[in-house]
Ligand binder design. Structure first.
Ligand code: C2E
Ligand code: CA
Ligand code: CA
Length: 762
């Protein structure tokens, strides 16, 4: 929010305005010192205020480091106010005052804050190196400061004054430490770093000016320098408020490590400071004591040596990491496909000499994409890492668990005594994945489908072994997921079919091969038509009309369901408008099936919205049917999506009710309007006998919850009568009609409309 106000343009404008104000202060400092001090105070208080605001936007773990930097700005603002109070009330500025306490306190706060930030940033890398850099630079700076700033500054002064005056240059040494950390910590150096860095540099320049100028008779310049101090505060504050301010603090995972030449150069400068200073002193005729020279050279040289040795070690380590990276998956740390194929080939070649059994298990997570889509990639990553952990616990030490890519894993087991052992391992694997996962702040339930392959001795080609295991995995998926299958030859043929089908399906939409059939949903007692359910068909060239059972699942796996679903939605909505226009007397509805993949998509709401925008009929004449299983993976997400859909005005139906796991009472927490009782209940629905009780209970509970009930699969008149008798609202099924192509559906509707007209006339 606050960052929105500080767009780069506004920020630059603010800096420009501030520089102009400083210039005004600069000009007026002699004639109107009060105006100048008002400008200064405004600057430092403003900086402190926006810095305080910036804390609120930081996540809790960052607040401490952030707070320290902000504290320094607040200290300086307080110092400024006290300082100008002397002007207002006293007329005379003391050489040492309470203001100095606040000014001086600001430095360590700033340095500690920046050091902390740098440390957080180097979370993934030993911070020791960074600390040594800072020690080397600070040591050199401290030496130079001591000789050139502190010693001369306190010449001839005593007591409190001496302490305070000596403290400022030493506080600057803390700034050098902070600057070093800022420059050398790993990570990006974008605008926030530039802003803070320039604030610190300016402050250093001003401080050095303050210390040096009086020695050359430049006392009168000090007030002029003073004018520019708040500029430092504002630069620092703007950095804290910057949109990318988190670059100052967020850890960067660094795997590759490059040693920047500047870093080595700085270390060199630090190391040569003592001898160079000694040489200068020697030339000037002043001498430093030999012990001090000796000590400082040794100290700084030692630190730099340690640092360089560390750098060499770091470099070696990153070289090692590189080679691990080439053969392992970065997320889970498991071997990657390449290493796995090497090991498979090795293992199979070895078995030609022994009697041991080798097995490859290919595994794919079912519904992983749903977790990724609804919970975000971080949750998806968590799930993959946990999957890797669970898989590793299912096998023995010498076996290989590898990540093939995405949500696919493979396991190579060697030295097995029999195939039975491997079957047990496969059972264990599938069971391990079926356990609920904790991701983010919730629970996700997924399952695994796996294919098992026992390579024959003559098949040492790892790629084809993996392909066969993959085919077996698909066959496990086809058989209902959450299970494993052993490869047999027919699977490869199936797999090939699947591949060609997938390619063909990809073109189905653009080739206009999809069509909708419509099945009437009628009133159980009056038999009046209430709605049509749109059911998709694929007119596959060379094959004929393919039903959804044979391609919807493939479309879901490949993601093709998204464009297909959108097409269905628009086509069905269009048809509804046409029918409503032709038959205004029938208050017709349209039911459309929505797949889990569609509902998982956040953008699905907009898809429906855009279909509604074109629809002339009221939104409530559209019913979206979702099947029970969508509520399984992530209840909260499903609920939110359904509520958003509901708010668009459409009706929602729960499809295939009773086949899954949900109880009606639990369903009532979702905004459904309609329950469709699965046709499985019609099969053992024995009219007349007590078999109707279950259905009857479902109907009365649904009614109690305010839901309309549709019974699916009504095939015979006895079913219809029994359903009407127990209060079912609507029925759908072959008794009335199969799903019809559009012209037949139109004829059905025309027939119904004329009956209706005849009834009204009579
Ligand atoms: P569903 O939503 O349960 O659709 C009803 C299915 O039951 C239809 O099969 C229909 O032909 C069949 N049916 C209707 N009355 C009877 C009956 O009296 N007896 C029997 N035995 N069956 C009956 P269909 O058209 O093969 O659709 C199968 C499934 O495919 C649908 O089940 C639905 O889940 C899915 N589907 C169809 N069209 C779409 C679509 O456009 N998008 C999505 N995502 N899924 C669709
Ligand atoms: Ca349906
Ligand atoms: Ca159904």
């Amino acid at each position: 929010m606050a960052s929105a106000r500080f767009t780069p343009r506004r920020r630059n404008a603010l800096i420009a305005v501030w520089l102009v104000a400083s210039a005004v202060g600069f000009i007026l400092v002699e004639s109107h010192p009060l105006i100048t001090s008002a400008i200064q105070n405004f600057g430092s208080v403003f900086a402190a205020a926006i810095a305080v605001v910036s804390i609120r936007r930081r996540p809790a773990p960052h607040r401490r480091a952030w707070g320290l930097v902000v504290a320094s700005l607040v200290c300086w603002a307080i110092g400024d106010i006290i300082w100008s109070a002397f002007d207002l009330f006293n007329g005379e500025r003391p050489s040492v005052s309470v203001a100095d306490i606040f000014y001086l306190a600001g430095y360590p706060f700033l340095a500690l804050g920046l050091i902390r930030m740098a440390k957080l940033r180097s979370k993934y890398r030993p911070a020791r190196g960074l600390a040594l850099d800072a020690i080397a630079m600070t040591g050199a700076a401290a030496m130079a400061t001591w000789y050139y700033l502190v010693v001369p500054a306190v010449e001839g002064v005593a007591g409190l004054e001496k302490i305070v005056w000596a403290s400022y240059p030493l506080a600057d040494v803390a700034l050098v430490a902070a600057l070093t950390m800022l420059a050398f910590a790993p990570g990006k150096r974008g605008m926030p770093t530039v802003l803070i860095g320039s604030g610190l540099l300016l402050m250093l320049v001003l401080d050095v000016g303050f210390a040096v100028l009086p020695r050359f008779g430049g006392e009168s310049w000090l007030d002029l320098l003073d004018v520019f101090y708040p500029t430092c505060n504002i630069l620092i504050a703007l950095a804290l408020l910057h949109r990318n301010a988190s670059e100052l603090i967020e850890p960067v995972p660094l795997i590759f490590h490059r040693i920047h030449p500047a870093r080595v150069a700085f270390l060199g400068v630090a190391m040569f400071t003592p001898p160079v200073m000694t040489a200068i002193q020697y030339a000037q005729g002043t001498r430093t004591g030999a012990p001090l020279l000796f000590g400082s050279t040794l100290g700084l040289g030692g630190v730099v040596y340690l640092r360089l040795a560390g750098l060499v070690r770091e470099h070696e380590r990153s070289q090692d990491q590189l080679s691990i990276l080439a053969s392992h998956d970065a997320l889970t740390g498991l071997p990657n496909r390449k290493l796995l194929t090497d090991r498979i080939e090795h293992a199979v070649t070895r078995t030609t000499r022994t009697d041991e059994v080798v097995a490859v298990l290919y595994l794919d997570l079912d519904r992983f994409k749903a977790v990724n889509d609804t919970r975000g990639h971080e949750a998806g990553d968590q799930l993959l890492i946990e999957t890797a952990r669970r898989l590793t616990t299912c096998v023995r030490e010498g076996d290989t668990v590898a990540r093939i890519g995405g949500d696919e894993f493979a396991i190579l087991c060697e030295d097995l005594d029999s195939r039975g052992t491997m079957n047990m391992i496969a059972d264990r694997v599938v069971a391990a994945i079926a356990e609920p996962f904790t991701v983010g702040d919730g629970v996700a339930v997924v399952s695994a489908s796996a294919g098992l392959m026992f390579p024959a001795r003559w098949t040492s080609d790892a790629e084809s072994i993996l392909r066969m295991a993959d085919a077996a995995m698909y066959s496990a998926k086809d058989a209902g997921k959450d299970r494993w299958r052993v490869y047999d030859e027919s699977m490869q043929a199936e797999e090939n079919d699947r591949r060609t089908k997938e390619v063909a399906l990809q073109q189905a939409l653009s080739n206009n091969e999809l069509e909708l059939h419509y099945q009437p949903i009628v009133d159980a007692t009056s038999h009046a038509i209430v709605s049509f359910e749109a059911l998709v068909r694929w007119n596959r060239p060379g094959v004929g009309l393919v039903g959804p059972i044979d391609f919807i699942e493939l479309a879901e796996e490949t993601g093709l369901i998204l464009p297909i679903g959108t097409w269905v939605l628009h086509r069905a909505a269009e048809q509804l408008d046409q029918w409503r226009q032709s038959f205004p007397d029938v208050e017709l509805h349209m039911s459309i099936n929505v797949s889990a993949r569609q509902l998982d998509q956040a953008s699905f709401i907009e898809t429906v919205e855009s279909a509604l925008a074109k629809l002339q009929s009221p939104p409530a004449s559209l019913t979206l049917e979702v099947t029970e299983s969508v509520l399984l993976v992530d209840r909260d997400w499903a609920k939110r999506q359904l509520e958003s859909l509901k708010s668009l005005g459409v009706m929602l139906a729960i499809d295939d009710f009773g086949t899954g796991y949900s109880a009606l009472a639990y369903l009532s927490t979702f905004p459904f309007d309609i329950v469709k009782i699965d046709r499985a209940f019609m099969n053992n629905f024995d009219p007349g006998a007590g078999g109707a009780t279950v259905v009857e209970a479902m109907i009365s509970l649904s009614h109690a919850l305010g839901l309309v009930v549709v019974a699916e699969g009504t095939e015979v008149v006895e079913q219809l009568d029994a359903l009407a008798a127990i209060g079912c609202d609507l029925v759908q099924g072959y008794y009335f009609s199969k799903p019809l192509p559009v012209d037949e559906a139109t004829a059905y509707l025309a027939n119904h409309a004329s009956n209706l007209a005849a009834q009204r006339a009579a």
